[in-house]
Design a protein around this ligand. Structure first.
Ligand code: C2O
Ligand code: CU
Length: 489
């Protein structure tokens, strides 16, 4: 009798622990083969299953910006600022071409200040883009952002975007505290043979520094804030049971500052099919992938022939295993990667060139020698035109150049060819001394947009500026051609 009650108590405690760890709302989306309830434990590491944030596919989405104590490490939970109570926050997943209305309510302590949300990679109107200094959400207030899902009269391309806080001077703190969530756009024009459903795995990689009480206090450092623990979808050293087939793995680097170099422990290749801006024209095979803050790698990983093996996603820069794939099941693979994916949109030839130097000036991170000033506008491109933007990095540190509003197409890197996996993007890794030329077309929206380094401490230190898309001033009327005298027949 006593034993029975005792066992029941242990079971209840175990269930409660699991419920707390992963949150009642957290579940594996469409991952029936991988959602596991086994209680397998491996001493020390890779003993927690990978989880996925909850998913909302509705046109109207409500998200509380809430404090939550999130169970990440063993021991005390970690106090975080969240989108909907989990880290990463609620995943918004929407069909292209349809409007989505997302209402955020700022329920954080007043000390956190006003909030603003940027849907990174989305072609938003300026008022819905998450301005750093205007249209803010005060404590206790709400704001609805509209995302139209269209671009120049066409459906937006399928891709994995993400939304995060963008408040001036404190973006790094707010994101470090947890304000990041995925926004996935599904596009029926993308090849349907790619791995999908339970074989489509969004992964959010981020590093954090935990104190002795498992808390993550943020201390600003203009040279970057990093941590020694690497989380995947908010789980430290997770494992995922997979089948011996191809998976689509969409990776976001949600770190504030850290650069990764991703590899598979087998030495096998990733087949990269997409970037931040949707599918590539053709797939590109890569054995390693450098990844800076806010970049996304849309890849296919093939576990066929590896039944029974444990395979790690590794950061080669630190020699850290990030995620353990356990190939535990034999499943048939009906997916395939077409030889061609999506052609680039034709955005015409640039008529104007602008130069942007990601620099260090008087002890601060700057663009063209200037720190961010919300009252200054550094470019006024004309709606409907295409420009060439040239980025240089005279500093000794890398930067990730991110441009809001529209995607950019690579023209050249260091005077030569672009990487084949960087045809179109919106976040570009710029190593010391590099020169990158891109072209971009300002479609649909006028108004203010940001251009900045996505290494967030550089951004908050001042490596950000804004451009305003404007309507072409009325052309001065052309003088009428003087009528010619008709030739006499
Ligand atoms: Cu992901 Cu201006 O940001
Ligand atoms: Cu930078």
């Amino acid at each position: 009798m006593f034993t029975k009650i005792f066992l029941a108590l242990i079971l209840a405690a175990a269930i409660a622990a699991v419920g707390v760890r992963f949150g009642s709302a957290r579940h594996s989306p469409e991952t029936t083969t991988t959602a596991t309830t086994t209680t397998k434990t491996i001493a020390g590491s890779f003993s927690h299953p990978l989880v996925f944030p909850p998913v909302d596919t509705n046109a109207n989405v409500s998200i509380g910006i809430d404090e939550a104590c999130v169970q990440i490490l063993d021991g005390p939970c970690t106090n975080m600022w969240t989108y909907g109570g989990t880290y990463p926050g609620l995943t918004i997943r929407r069909p292209t071409g349809q409007s989505t209305y997302v209402t955020f309510t700022n329920s954080l302590d007043p000390g956190a200040g006003e909030m603003t949300i940027h849907n990174h990679g989305n072609h938003s109107s300026a008022n819905n883009d998450g301005q750093p200094e205007t249209l803010l959400i005060p404590t206790g207030g709400s704001r609805t952002y509209t995302y139209e899902g269209v671009e120049e009269g066409n459906n937006q391309r399928g891709k994995m975007q993400f939304y995060h806080d963008h408040r001036m001077d404190v973006t790094g703190r707010n994101v470090w505290m947890g304000l990041t969530g995925l926004y996935i756009v599904d596009d029926p024009a993308d090849p349907s043979t790619l791995p999908s459903g339970e074989f489509d795995l969004p992964l959010v990689i981020a590093d954090r520094q935990f104190d002795a009480n498992n808390q993550i206090p943020y201390v600003f450092n203009p040279n970057g804030v990093t941590g020694d623990k690497f989380l995947v979808n908010g789980v430290y050293q997770p494992y995922l049971e997979v089948g011996d087939r191809k998976y689509r793995v969409r990776i976001l680097s949600a770190s504030n500052f850290r650069t990764y170099f991703l590899e598979l422990s087998t030495g096998d290749s990733f087949i990269q099919i997409g970037t931040e801006s949707g599918l590539l024209p053709v797939p590109v095979t890569r054995t390693g992938m450098r990844m800076g803050p806010a970049e996304r790698m849309d890849v296919v990983v093939n576990f066929s022939g590896q039944l029974g093996q444990n395979i790690y996603l590794v950061d080669a820069l630190t020699g850290t295993q990030l995620l353990e794939f356990r190939v535990t099941q034999h499943v048939t693979d009906d997916s395939s990667i077409p030889a061609t994916l999506r052609p680039l949109p034709d955005i015409g030839e640039p008529s104007v060139t602008r130069n942007w130097s990601f620099d260090q000036t008087a002890g601060h991170w700057t663009i063209n020698g200037l720190r961010f000033d919300p009252s200054r506008v550094d470019a006024r491109p004309v709606l409907g035109t295409t420009e060439k933007w040239v980025f240089t990095n005279p500093t000794g540190q890398p930067h990730t150049v991110h441009i809001h509003d529209v995607s950019q197409q690579c023209l050249s890197r260091n005077g030569g060819a672009c990487y084949p996996y960087e045809t179109m993007k919106e976040t570009w890794y710029l190593s010391p001394g590099e020169v990158l030329e891109v072209k971009l077309k300002f479609t649909d929206h006028v108004g203010m947009y940001m251009l900045h380094c996505h290494m967030m401490e550089h951004e908050d230190d001042g490596m950000m500026t804004q451009f305003e898309v404007v309507v072409r001033a009325n052309p001065t009327p052309r003088p009428r051609p003087t009528p010619r005298s008709r030739p006499t027949p």
